[in-house]
Design a protein around this ligand. Structure first.
Ligand code: NAP
Length: 493
C-alpha cells in the first residue's frame, strides 16, 4: 500500500519565498510589469505560490526587439568570452542547486530528489556548451574542378524563440539557451505557464553570470497561441525550438512555415520497454523503476508500454508491483517523497480515463488505480497486467505513474509491437545477449535506445526523436549545430 504523507510543517525547502521570482517579464535586462497576472499553483497543495506577469503580443514583440538590439554585440563577442559566461552559469546553478531544486519541486510537484537530478542535468548543458562555444570549426576543401576552394563557415542563425513545457522547467530551458548562446544567438524564452518561476529565477542567475541584457529574454503568457504566432511572423526571428506535445508541435510547424522559420521539435513519446527472458531480472526492475517513475512518469522518455517475454513475465510483474507498492507518495518538497503529484487535476483525470479504458478492454489492475481523496493532484503508482494492444494507453502518452504490461513470445513480435506507434523518441531493451540487444536496437524506430539501462538522457549525447516525436537533436555537438547556419564561400586563392 502506498503511503501518502501530509505536507511537512517546518521543512526548510518548503519555506522558499516563491513570490521573489515573480518580478515581471524579463525583457532587455529589465523587469516589465503587466496588469494581467498568471497564478502559479503548487500541485501538492493546490495553493497559489505566486502570480507572474502575463505578456501580450506587444510585450513579446518588445522581447524580440531587445533580442535584436543585443544580437550584434553578442555574436561578435570572442568565443572564449561567451564560453566563460556559460561556464559561470554552470557554476552558479551548481552553487544554487538546493534553492533551484526546491523551486522546481514546489511549482512542478516532482520529488525533491528528482528536482535535484534535474538541476544537475540542466546545469550540465551550460558546462557542455561552454566547451562547445570554442570548438565551432568550419571546413575548407578544394572544388572537384580544382578551380577554387570551398570554404564553409558556421554563422549564428539569429534570434531564436524557445518554447518549453512544464515537466522539466529548468532542463528544457537550458538545453536550448546554452547551445543558442554558445552559437552566438540571442533568445526569447516562453516557458510553460504552470512552471514559470524557475525560468525567472534562472534569468536572474544568467545576468549575474555576465549574460548581457537582451541576450536572454523571458516572457510568460496565458495566450501562448497568439503570442508565439506573432513572434514567428516577425521577420527578425529565424529559429523556433519547441519542446512539448506533438499536437502543439504540428500547429507551430504550420505557423513557422509562413516565414520559413527553421524549426527544432522535441515532441511526445510512447516508449516501449522490452524485457527478454534472458534479462537480469533485478537489473530490469531497477531500470523499469527509473524509466517509468522518474518525475512520477511525467517525462517524454518515460516507459509507456512494457513488453515482457512470457518466460519472465510473472516474475517481472510481481517484482514491479512490489517496488511500486513500496514507493512513498507525497508532496514533492518532502525529502521522503519518491512520487509527487501530477501537474494538474486535468492530468489526473486523463490518467483515470486511460486506466478505465484499459481495464474495460480486459487489463487487470495489479496495483494502485484508485485516486486518493484530499488536497493535491495525486495519482497512485499503478501496474496494469495483460493490457490489450487496442487500449488507448498503448497509443497515447500516459504521462503518469502507470506501468502497462503485455506479454510477447518472439523477438519479431516484440519489434513489431514496439514500432506500432506514430512516436519514436526513446526505447529500452533488457537482455543479457548484447548481440541480440544491438540487433533489436537496429530495428526499433526510435531516436534513442537504452540497452540494459533505464536512463537515456545525457547532455553529451544527441537527444531527439524520429517519426512524430520530433525534428532535430539537442545535446552533444548536434545541439550547437542546430543554432548555426553553414555559410559557403567559393574562394580563389
Ligand atoms: P504542450 O501543451 O505542448 O505545451 C508546451 C509549451 O507550448 C508550453 O509552453 C505551452 O504554453 C506552449 N503552447 C501551448 N499551446 C500553444 C500554442 N497554441 N502555440 C504556441 N505555444 C503553445 O506540452 P506540455 O503539456 O507542457 O508538456 C508535455 C509534453 O511535452 C508531452 O507530450 C511530452 O512528451 C513533451 N515533452 C517532450 C520532450 C522531448 O524532449 N521530446 C521533453 C519534455 C516534454 P502553456 O503552458 O501556456 O500552455
Amino acid at each position: 500500500m502506498n503511503v501518502i504523507s501530509p505536507r511537512p510543517v517546518a521543512a526548510h525547502p518548503a519555506d522558499l519565498d516563491c513570490a521573489q521570482f515573480a518580478k515581471g517579464l524579463f525583457i532587455g535586462g529589465e523587469w516589465r510589469q503587466t496588469a494581467a497576472r498568471i497564478a502559479v499553483v503548487d500541485p501538492s497543495t493546490e495553493r497559489v505560490l505566486a502570480e507572474v506577469a502575463d505578456a501580450s503580443v506587444e510585450d513579446a514583440l518588445a522581447a524580440v526587439e531587445a533580442a535584436e538590439r543585443a544580437a550584434p554585440a553578442w555574436r561578435a563577442k570572442p568565443p572564449r568570452e561567451r564560453s566563460e559566461i556559460l561556464r559561470r552559469c554552470f557554476e552558479l546553478m551548481v552553487e544554487r542547486a538546493d534553492m533551484l531544486a526546491a523551486l522546481i519541486s514546489l511549482e512542478n510537484g516532482k520529488a525533491l530528489s528528482d528536482a535535484k537530478g534535474e538541476v544537475a542535468y540542466a546545469a550540465e548543458f551550460f558546462r557542455w556548451n561552454a566547451e562547445e562555444a570554442v570548438r565551432i570549426a568550419g571546413d575548407l576543401g578544394t572544388a572537384p574542378s580544382g578551380a577554387n576552394r570551398i570554404l564553409v563557415d558556421y554563422a549564428p542563425m539569429g534570434i531564436a524563440v524557445l518554447v518549453t513545457p512544464w515537466n522539466f522547467p529548468a532542463a528544457m530551458a537550458t538545453r536550448k539557451i546554452a547551445p543558442a548562446l554558445a552559437a552566438g544567438c540571442t533568445v526569447v524564452l516562453k516557458p510553460a505557464s504552470e512552471t514559470p518561476l524557475t525560468a525567472y529565477a534562472l534569468a536572474d542567475l544568467y545576468r549575474e553570470a555576465g549574460v548581457p541584457d537582451g541576450v536572454v529574454n523571458v516572457v510568460t503568457t496565458s495566450a501562448p497561441g497568439p503570442v508565439t504566432a506573432a513572434m514567428l511572423d516577425d521577420p527578425r526571428v529565424r529559429k523556433l525550438s519547441f519542446t512539448g506535445s506533438t499536437g502543439v508541435g504540428r500547429l507551430l510547424l504550420a505557423q513557422a512555415a509562413r516565414s520559413v522559420v527553421s524549426c527544432a521539435m522535441e515532441l511526445g513519446g510512447n516508449a516501449p520497454f522490452i524485457v527478454f527472458d534472458d534479462a537480469d531480472l533485478e537489473a530490469a526492475l531497477d531500470g523499469a523503476m527509473v524509466a517509468k517513475m522518474r518525475n512520477a512518469g511525467e517525462a517524454c522518455t518515460a516507459a509507456n508500454r512494457f513488453y515482457v517475454q512470457s518466460g519472465i513475465y510473472d516474475r517481472f510483474a510481481a517484482g514491479l508491483v512490489a517496488r511500486m507498492a513500496a514507493l512513498r507518495v507525497g508532496p514533492g518538497i518532502d525529502p521522503a517523497t519518491q512520487c509527487g503529484p501530477m501537474i494538474t487535476r486535468k492530468a489526473v483525470e486523463k490518467i483515470g480515463r486511460l486506466v478505465a479504458d484499459a481495464t474495460d478492454r480486459g487489463a487487470s489492475v495489479l496495483h494502485g488505480g484508485t485516486v486518493p481523496a484530499g488536497e493535491g493532484y495525486f495519482y497512485p503508482p499503478t501496474v496494469l497486467g495483460d493490457v490489450s494492444a487496442d487500449a488507448m494507453l498503448m497509443h497515447e502518452e500516459i504521462f503518469g505513474p502507470v506501468a502497462a504490461l503485455c506479454r510477447f513470445e518472439t523477438e519479431d513480435e516484440a519489434i513489431r509491437v514496439a514500432n506500432d506507434t506514430e512516436y519514436g523518441l526513446a526505447s529500452y531493451i533488457y537482455t543479457r545477449d548484447l548481440k541480440r540487444g544491438l540487433g533489436v536496437a537496429a530495428r526499433i524506430e526510435s531516436g534513442m535506445i537504452a540497452i540494459n539501462r533505464g536512463l537515456v538522457s545525457d547532455p553529451a549525447a544527441p537527444f531527439g526523436g524520429v517519426k512524430q516525436s520530433g525534428l532535430g537533436r539537442e545535446g552533444g555537438h548536434h545541439g550547437v549545430l542546430d543554432y548555426l547556419e553553414p555559410k559557403y564561400i567559393a574562394v580563389s586563392f
